[in-house]
Design a protein around this ligand. Structure first.
Ligand code: NAD
Length: 456
């Protein structure tokens, strides 16, 4: 049985039966049997169902946000933001899917009586193994375009977002998606591994680098489509010409929103020496102003950590940073209350000898390091195996472009951070993953190509 725990109270909310190899094989069989008819069904019907799903999310937002908060510890206002945010992604996919699916004639040569064209076909039955930190976003980035393009989906929500996964499933069915076309698989890591044993036509994974490696190894022999959206150690560089207070507030939000549990959370900050002390002061004051507490309370900004395991990671990073000369400005320990709460933590005088500046923290902690020049900042920003996002704060657009052009990251930000757009590809480099969701690339990724050479 899978125990669903409220991380803010440590109480068990529900116990749910997990899938077994037999139930997963039966689900896979059902999906295979249904997929071809779903692929042939008119796009208009698929769009209509996904449109209804969008409406149901809005209609049920109070219940959905409360469920997400209860199983994940996400502050309720942020849970509502997430559920609301799916609408923009659905709109993008719905508006662009027909254009992506259209046959593309690339040559019509009357003299040679030759035509060349490209068509797109769904992959088939795909497995979607998902993370818990933004279950609506990372889930819908996959299942919405996958369904619109005619795939069937075996969807394994994270064991830390199971109730949300089931709520999503119910609403998709209510919206008209057939029960054999989208099928949830319930359980933890071992159940995820069982899903991979099915002869899937594609695997779309969101989670940690450590698990991503295992997934890649598990499917390596099969030559199927594999997409991995993994972790990050996302840097921000704050130049000497900024409005210090505004930059401190914006980057603190980028680091601590969702209690620091975002793949694109700001995880390390480099600050030009000319403004360093003022920035650190303003940053620490901003963080000290954050309200930590009951995630169900509208006023809460820092909720509970979803997994108790993360407390060990944070404790280890704090001890290591202290040992290596880091200056603890605030936090550095669990909050004195029941539940998996950790005080928002800020270290100044951080450097790359510290785990805090090298390993993904995935929690409410940040290291700040002083730099002398843009060159030094770029070199430190790129001193990582990850490559999800990188940001720079400066008034000078040309300077920002120069810095960001050198950043080895799939997404770059000027005067913003921790931001995702449905119109832009979400793709990591290095240990941050392979492939892309969102944008038209995030529709194409669920399709296989057919090249037509037509003579006569
Ligand atoms: P995780 O790797 O622990 O688990 C992710 C999923 O994989 C879960 O559903 C889990 O049950 C399953 N799983 C675990 N071991 C498995 C195995 N051996 N075989 C098959 N499935 C297995 O990650 P998490 O803690 O859920 O999520 C946090 C991580 O996800 C962070 O590193 C974060 O940066 C990353 N993330 C990345 C993105 C992105 O878009 N790049 C988005 C959100 C989260």
């Amino acid at each position: 049985m899978l125990k669903i725990v409220n991380p803010a109270t440590e109480a068990v909310i529900r116990e749910i039966g997990e899938d077994t190899p037999e139930t997963i094989a039966a689900k896979f069989k059902r999906a295979c049997a249904a997929q071809k008819a779903w692929a042939r069904a008119p796009l208009a019907g698929k769009i209509e169902a996904i449109g209804k799903f969008k409406g149901l999310l809005a209609k049920n937002i109070d219940k959905l946000a409360a469920t997400l908060t209860s199983e994940m510890g996400k502050p309720i206002t942020q849970a509502r933001n997430e559920v609301n945010g799916v609408a923009g992604r659905i709109d993008f996919f719905v508006e662009n899917v027909a254009r992506v699916l259209d046959e593309k004639k690339v040559l019509t040569d009357a003299a040679q009586k030759l035509e060349e064209a490209i068509t797109h076909e769904p992959l088939g039955v795909i497995g979607n193994i998902s993370a818990w930190n933004y279950p609506y976003f990372v889930g819908s980035n996959v299942f919405v375009p996958a369904l619109l393009t005619g795939n069937a989906v075996l969807y394994k929500p994270s064991e830390f977002a199971t109730l949300t996964g089931l709520a999503i499933t119910e609403l998709l069915y209510e919206a008209g998606i057939a029960e054999d076309v989208f099928i949830p698989v319930i359980g933890g890591a071992s159940v995820g591994a069982m899903v991979l044993e099915m002869p899937l036509n594609g695997v779309f994974f969101t989670g940690s680098y450590a698990t991503g490696r295992k997934i890649a190894a598990a499917v390596a022999d099969r030559m199927i489509k594999l997409q991995l959206e993994l972790g990050g150690k996302d840097p921000v560089y704050v130049c000497n010409d900024v409005d210090v207070q505004a930059a401190a507030e914006a980057t603190a939000d980028g680091a601590f929103y969702n209690t620091g549990q975002s793949c694109c959370s700001v995880e390390r900050i480099y600050v030009h020496e000319k403004i360093h002390d003022r920035f650190v002061d303003a940053f620490a004051k901003t963080v000290e102003g954050f309200t930590i507490g009951d995630p169900a309370d509208q006023k809460t900004y820092i909720g509970a950590l979803t997994r108790p395991l993360q407390i060990e990671v944070l404790d280890r990073q704090v001890a290591d940073a202290k040992k290596r000369g880091g200056r603890l400005l605030t936090g550095g320990e669990r909050a004195a209350r029941k539940g998996y709460f950790y005080r928002p933590t800020v270290f100044a005088d951080a450097d790359h000898s510290m785990e805090l500046m090298r390993e993904e923290s995935f929690g409410p902690i940040i290291g700040i390091q002083k730099v002398k020049s843009d060159e030094e900042a770029v070199s430190l920003m790129n001193d990582t195996a990850y490559g999800l996002t990188a940001a720079v704060y400066t008034k000078d657009r040309a300077r920002a472009r120069k810095v960001l052009a050198q950043a080895n990251a799939g997404t770059v930000y000027w005067n913003c951070c921790d931001r995702v757009s449905p119109r832009l590809p979400w793709s990591g480099r290095g240990h941050s993953g392979i492939g892309s969701t969102l944008s038209t690339y995030g529709i194409e990724t669920f399709l296989q190509l057919k090249a037509w050479h037509l003579k006569g």
